[in-house]
Every structure is written in C-alpha cells, then in structure tokens.
Design a protein around this ligand. Structure first.
Ligand SMILES: Nc1nc2c(ncn2[C@@H]2O[C@H](COP(=O)(O)OP(=O)(O)OP(=O)(O)O)[C@@H](O)[C@H]2O)c(=O)[nH]1
Ligand SMILES: [Mg+2]
Length: 602
C-alpha cells in the first residue's frame, strides 16, 4: 500500500496559504526544473488571479521521499468558509497558517474551531516572519490561547510550530535557528500527521467533497477513498445523502500530481482522486461497493446567510451589451451554478426573478462577475440576510468583526458601529498607533458598512468578519445615510450639467455616458434623493465665449465596482449588470411611480 499523508492548508484570508503550497510543490521537486508556472499557481481561475484570492479549494499531490502528500489549498475569505469545512473531513491533518503580525483573525478562529471539532491534527505555521512588524512570539501565544479556548484535545494543544516566510521558501523550527528550507515542513508533516486509516481490502467507500465539470466527461466528483480499491471501469453504487442508491460505473479515474491531472487505472484507500461517469453525483455522496454499499456520514453544509434576487434586466438599455438576456438563459445559468456550488441555493420567486442565497456578498459578486464575462445581462437587488425561526424565536445571522483602526479615529468608528447594534468585545493596542477592536454584530448591519468605514478611517482601517451564529433578531439598524442623485431623463451626459450636479454630492459617472430616467448618477450629500438632469447642455447663444468650456473642471467620478455598488444600494434600487457596464438604478424609473409606491409602503 502506498504511503500517504492528507493535509489541508487553512488560515485567514491572505495569510499565505497558496504561496506556501507553491513552495511545497517547488521544493518537493514536483515542478520540473524547467516547468514554467505562475506565482500562486493553484489560484488557477481568472477571478482568483485578478483578485489574488482563492475562491475554490483545490487539491494537488506531491511526492516527498517515498511518501505521497495530498494537499488541499483552501480559501481564506469568510464567504467561502463552507468549502473549508467540507475539505477538513477529507484530510487527517492541517497546516494552520497565521500571519506573524496580524495574528489570530476572525477566519483563523473559524477554521481552527472546525478543525479541532473534527479531531484533526494541526501544525501551526507562523508565516511572513520576514515582515519588519512581525511578532512571532506574540502570535504563537495567541494561537496557544485560541486552541485552549476552543477546547483542543491535549494532543491538538501540543501542536508543532514552524516559522516561515513562505514567499521566500524559507522555514525553520525555532526563531533562533538559521533560515532553512521547507524540509522541516515536509518532515513535520510525515512525523506528526497520522497516516490515513482504512484498508484497500475492505469494500469501497469514497466520499465526494468537491464537484468539477468537464465538457468531455461531464460531472467529476473529487473524492477521498476511505476504504477499498477502485479501478477504471468498475461498477459502483452511489449512496446519496437522502438514502437513495444509484448504480453507476467509473468511466474515468483521475489522479493529481502537481498542477497536472492524469488518467489512472487504479487507486486505493487513503488517496484523493477524481471520478467521472456519474451524472447524478453530488457533494457528500458515497461512492460504494455495488454489492455491499455502506454510506459514509453525510456532509454538513453550512446554511446560506444572505440572499439577493437576480432578475431579467428590464432597464431601457437592456439587451444592448449582453448576449444572454432572457429569463430562460438566466435560469439555466443559475441552475448550472447550483449543480457544482453546494454553498449556494436557488429559488424561483417570480417571472424572471431568482432568489440566490449564499454566504456573503463576495460569493454573490463572484458569481455575477463570472456571468457578465459569459455575456449575460441581468439585475441584482440589495443583499438581504436570511432570517429564520429557531424554537419559535425570529433569528438572524451574527458576525464576528475585527477592525484595525488608527487610535485617533477609533471613537468615531465605535460610535458608528454602536448605531449598527455592534457589541464591543475587546480593544487592544497593535503598535504603530493602531488599535484592534473586536465586535459581535448582526450581519445585516454590515451590509453597506465597508464604504462608510473606509471613509471614516480615511482609507486606513482594515476590517474582517466571519459568521458567528444565528441569534435573536435585534431590530432596526442604521443604514445608508445619503440619498441618490437620480437622472430625470435619458441621453448622453454632458460636462456642463455634470459640473452643476457635482456640487450636490459625489458623481458615479463621467461625461458621454448613456443614462436613462431613474438611473442613479451619484450619491447625494443629503439623506434624500435628488432628481437631476445630467444631459442638459449650455443654453445656446450666438456669442462664443472662448475659453469658458475649459473652465469646467470635473472631479473624476467615484469608481463603483460591483462589490461597492452592491453594498451601496437600498431596497428600492437595483444594479444593472452587463458585460460592459454596472449601472445603479431605481427599481421604479419615474418619479411619479416612486412617489406612488412610497405612499403605498407607508
Ligand atoms: N512578506 C511576506 N508576504 C507573503 C509571504 N507569503 C505570502 N505573502 C504574500 O501575501 C499575499 C497573500 O498570499 P496568498 O498565498 O494568496 O494568501 P492566501 O492565504 O492563499 O489567501 P486566500 O487564498 O485569498 O485566503 C501575497 O501578496 C503574497 O505574496 C511571506 O512569507 N512574507
Ligand atoms: Mg489562497
């Protein structure tokens, strides 16, 4: 039987997981010496590359001596926390990374808690020790306390520590040691992560933890084999979460090595491989022996906490920039997403209206961004948190929020958060004039908070949050304090009129931009909406006053990214998303309609 170790790399966002995996691939000799690869090679899809974050967990395998080490790189952003939880079931140990300056952050807590509860064996990697501000000793203490607080077993609490600068391929077991390479990481993995249990002689039991799709072979289930041996062409039984048994056949067996996938003939207990040939496969399904099928425990997938409505684009500019605009197309695409993305849910809520639920705004933004790249046009509504009844009590999701802010600005931020029903839990000096403050806050109150926070901290604040739990509903929270500047007419914007409007707030669009009645062109500096005319030219006169046009100095419009716009909009507003544009609009385009509806609302 092959000697195997299965590990996951887990951490808060940006603490260096994918960079560390680069180093593990590199230094195990898994990349050929002449093989070209990008930095953070495992972040393989476009959005991951552009944003420099991991969105989907991905697995790879390296060979170290006579061992195969299967490694799963996981996303650190809280919205993708559900991925991490599933992945943890598939491995026997973890590398928990933590930034040597930032220390324990919300998602560190989240992943450590899950890992400990599942009884996994941890190795703590204090990463980025090259940072001038690094305080590795403090961070080791923080990790020790965190493990103790979260109920680590004695064995887990006795974790090995590795100090690393993953980006430089450097690691060592003691800060006092001279800089070394990743050999100590490989050795620690072999020595302290247990071998996989199970036997190749037992009846087959493999559990699917991620789905993939290939145009040629269809749905692919990436799975950990817990027992037995599987060969290409084998007949198997697929044991579904609901107890149903579906006969199937392994049409292809796929193995992992470095960045490559290759067809293999056989795999056995302990390994992580991919199967093709089962169209009905879902995450959590057991691939089992056809004669003696025994299902593994179903997988717990965290409930979504946030919903938005995707709808057919019905703006006056609809259909001009995208190819796929109909309700059917939209529905097909969203259903396809749900097929592979277990963390999201879909519900049809009306003609051409689809409620999509997920774990956070970033997750929803990534889906929307992928869709616009595939030439879709659609609208999305303001995110709403999912409220549910638990034992007769109306409950809503709460988040653990950590902010790092300049000391002199912290008062204002605390006051703002108070209005949003945040409860302060701790406050610590972080050096360099910064304070770290922790809160517990309804997820609802965080929608739209980031923009405000950046303004309040002059762009210097850092905020991080992750899901805590559902708690009793807290009542109204403060929302956007500014109104919208709404266009009263359709046409192309002119500098002359924008010049007049920019004194009333902040513009979101520049000159020669197509607008329509009810489209939002900026943020009003007051709390009410203001209807404006952005296409009005200068009054015609025969006398040309030379040089007057140059006097029009426009402030560059605020760039509204998809996330920023999604956070900004209110209930009576929508985002119109096309491959070329992101427009913000009122749900009701004419002022008369808006008035009628606001009266109805009251
Ligand atoms: N100074 C320093 N920077 C590092 C080190 N390791 C990684 N980084 C940088 O940290 C940033 C984030 O690295 P990633 O490897 O993408 O982090 P990650 O944990 O995979 O991030 P997510 O997958 O989005 O959670 C990148 O800019 C890296 O270059 C290190 O040892 N020292
Ligand atoms: Mg990553």
């Amino acid at each position: 039987m092959q000697k195997i170790r299965n590990i996951a790399v887990i951490a808060h966002v940006d603490h260096g997981k994918t960079t560390l995996v680069d180093g593990l691939l590199e230094q195990s000799g898994t990349f050929g010496s002449h093989e070209q690869h990008d930095e953070r090679a495992m972040d393989s899809n476009d959005i991951e590359k552009e944003r420099g974050i991991t969105i989907l967990s991905k697995n790879t395998a390296i060979t170290y001596g006579d061992h195969k080490i299967n490694i799963i790189d996981t996303p650190g952003h809280a919205d993708f926390g559900g991925e991490v939880e599933r992945v943890l079931k598939m491995v026997d140990g973890v590398l928990v990374l933590v930034d040597a300056y930032e220390g324990v952050m919300p998602q560190t807590k989240f992943v450590v808690k899950k890992m400990l509860a599942l009884g996994k064996k941890p190795i703590v990697v204090i990463n980025k020790i090259d940072k001038p501000s690094a305080e590795p000793d403090r961070v080791v203490d923080e990790m020790f306390d965190l493990f103790a607080d979260m109920g680590a077993s004695d064995d887990q609490q006795d974790f090995p520590v590795i100090y690393a600068a993953a980006r430089d391929g450097m690691a060592k077991l003691d800060m006092a040691d001279p800089d070394g390479d990743f050999k100590c990481i490989f050795e620690t993995i072999l020595n302290s992560i247990p071998e996989p249990e199970g036997s190749p002689e037992n009846p087959l039991q493999a559990q699917v933890f991620t789905l993939d799709y290939d145009n040629y072979v269809g749905k692919i289930g990436i799975s950990r084999i817990f027992n037995g041996t599987v060969k290409k062409g084998d007949n198997i039984m697929l044991a579904k979460a609901d107890g149903e048994m579906v006969k199937g056949k392994i049409s292809k067996l796929i193995g992992f090595h470095g960045l490559n996938r290759m067809e293999i003939e056989q795999a056995e207990a302990g390994d992580i491989v991919a199967f093709a040939g089962m169209e009905t496969v879902d995450v959590g399904d057991t691939v089992a022996d056809p004669v003696n099928p025994v299902a593994l425990d179903p997988m717990h997938v965290e409930e979504p906490t946030l919903t938005v409505v995707f709808a057919v684009n019905d703006s006056p500019l609809a259909g001009k920039e995208g190819k796929h605009v109909t309700s059917n197309k939209l529905r097909e695409r969203l259903e396809f997403e749900m097929n592979t993305n277990v963390a999201m849910k879909l519900e049809v809520v009306g003609e051409g209206k689809f409620k999509v639920s997920g774990r956070g705004e970033l997750q929803i933004t990534v889906l929307a961004e992928n869709m616009r790249r595939e030439d879709f046009e659609f609208s999305i509504s303001r995110p709403e948190v999912i409220v549910k009844e638990i034992e007769g009590v109306k409950c809503e999701p709460f988040e653990h929020l950590v902010i790092d802010v300049p000391e002199d600005l912290s008062g204002g931020v605390i006051e703002r958060l108070g209005k949003r029903k945040a409860e302060m839990k701790s406050m610590l000096p972080m050096g360099q004039g910064f304070q770290r403050i922790e809160f517990e806050i309804p997820a609802r109150a965080l929608i739209g908070f980031r923009g405000q926070f950046l303004t309040d901290t002059k762009g210097e604040g850092i905020m991080n949050h992750s899901f805590l739990e559902f708690r009793p509903f807290t009542g109204a929270v403060e929302s956007r304090s500014y109104g919208a500047l709404v266009s009263m007419t359709a046409g192309s914007t002119l500098a002359f009129s924008l010049f007049g409007i920019q004194n009333r707030g902040v513009l979101y669009i520049g000159v020669q931009t197509e607008v329509y009645e009810g489209m939002i062109v900026g943020e009003h500096s007051r709390d009410n909406d203001l209807v404006v005319n952005p296409i009005k030219g200068k009054a015609q006169s025969n006398v040309r006053s030379s040089g007057a046009d140059e006097a029009i100095k426009l402030i560059p419009p605020r760039d509204m990214s998809l996330e920023r716009a999604l956070e900004w909009i209110e209930d009576d507003e929508l985002l119109e998303i096309t491959p070329k544009s992101i427009r913000i609009r009122k749900k009701f385009l004419t002022e008369a309609e808006r008035k009628r509806n606001s009266r109805k609302g009251k």
